[in-house]
Write a protein that binds this ligand. Sequence first.
Ligand SMILES: Cc1cc2nc3c(=O)[nH]c(=O)nc-3n(C[C@H](O)[C@H](O)[C@H](O)COP(=O)(O)OP(=O)(O)OC[C@H]3O[C@@H](n4cnc5c(N)ncnc54)[C@H](O)[C@@H]3O)c2cc1C
Length: 414
Amino acid sequence: MTSQLPIVVIGGGTAGCTVVSTLAAMTTQRIILIEPGQSSVHDDEPAFFNVLSDAAMSRSVQTTLVDGGQDKPYVQAHVLGGGSAINGLLLTGDEPSFLHGLTRMATEADCGQVGAALLTENGRYSRLWWNAGRWNPGRAVQHLVDEGRVTAITDSVTYLEHVQRVVTVAHTTNQAIEGSLFVMCAGALATPALLLHSSLERAVSGIGDGLQNHPTITFTLQLKVSTTQRFDATVVRESRSSSGAKLLTVAYERTNAENATTGLLTISLMDPESRGGVWRSNTAMQNDFNMLATIRDRVAMREAVRELIAAAMSASFSAISHQVLVDSDGTSVEVLDAMKNAELDEWIADHLTVVSHAASSCHEVVDSDGKVRGVGNLYIADSSILHSVPPCSPAGPVVIEAARIARAIGETLT
Ligand SMILES: Cc1cc2nc3c(=O)[nH]c(=O)nc-3n(C[C@H](O)[C@H](O)[C@H](O)COP(=O)(O)OP(=O)(O)OC[C@H]3O[C@@H](n4cnc5c(N)ncnc54)[C@H](O)[C@@H]3O)c2cc1C
């Protein structure tokens, strides 16, 4: 059934732009996208650290990694296209079939010395969200806006008004937008935060429960020579812990846009059991990834770090680096190598790094078509509805789910 009131999509990131494009192809009903970020001007830039250095494209929130630990900044997209406009371009899982031809495998010509060293240590080239340009779903949406088929409002939603379990209005900083149907796509931290702030937990239980991320440890390589390369990261290594947990090592050619004399080696636990949450206290929204909360995750991460130490101390990495440092105090990898398990576990808890792969904070809230249980016209289609953080780079599963949910919504409109 169509309605005079528009469909309102909240958040124009990886999922939100996929939802808008899919719905625009299925219905003539008006679509409004509310996204605070502008279009990206960096889609031809292969080196993602250069994109990230544009401060207009991202912002951080404080998040806790380990229960009771210190808050750390979590980088989030703030741009049309969301994470897909700024991400590291790695696509380590399957290419979404409907994007065939818009991604490609990395090649030797794309790769620098750090990637080449990991290749000799059982690494492999990754697929990239790149084929003569970055795959950014914000571009297709910008065309729809330019053609007048979609209305984009550059603002943040602050509150959802609802009456008897039906959402009626999305309030932004500057205006109130009525809609017939609302699709939340603000990401795995902002979507539950907005639902909780709108007091929807009175109608829906489980908002914010189950938040996950990929626990990660990062080493810095002090390179003997600085080199230029096309992409900042092209090579990954997949492995398993003794319990079968999935591990992913990534080689980065630089540390940031300014520094070409250091590279990075990271290792992540890709299928953690541990879950945290997003919740509302009296004073503020809070989130805690609660990483490494289970023994299986702690042991898997310890084995992961031992594996990273072995790679960093291998002949391949010794050939390109003066030294490998494991923290900002300048501790060398050899010191870490000498630690007994208990000491290493403590070190890991203190040095876990945050990656921008938050997921799964609303997976208990929706049915299989993304519809929020107990609310008549509210859907969620972003990374928050994934059952768990994907065991691969996450943008692929986010796109696949967003497209599937948008098609399910579209079918209810015709
Ligand atoms: C720096 C970085 C590097 C990454 N590297 C990789 C990689 O190499 N490979 C990979 O597969 N994945 C990578 N990811 C992860 C991937 O990009 C995310 O998993 C994916 O983008 C999540 O999609 P989403 O739609 O849930 O959220 P996002 O894409 O983050 O979109 C959320 C959007 O909602 C908007 N928003 C937030 N709050 C509000 C509000 N109140 N009102 C309206 N709009 C709002 C934001 O501005 C944003 O545009 C990376 C992410 C980051 C940030």
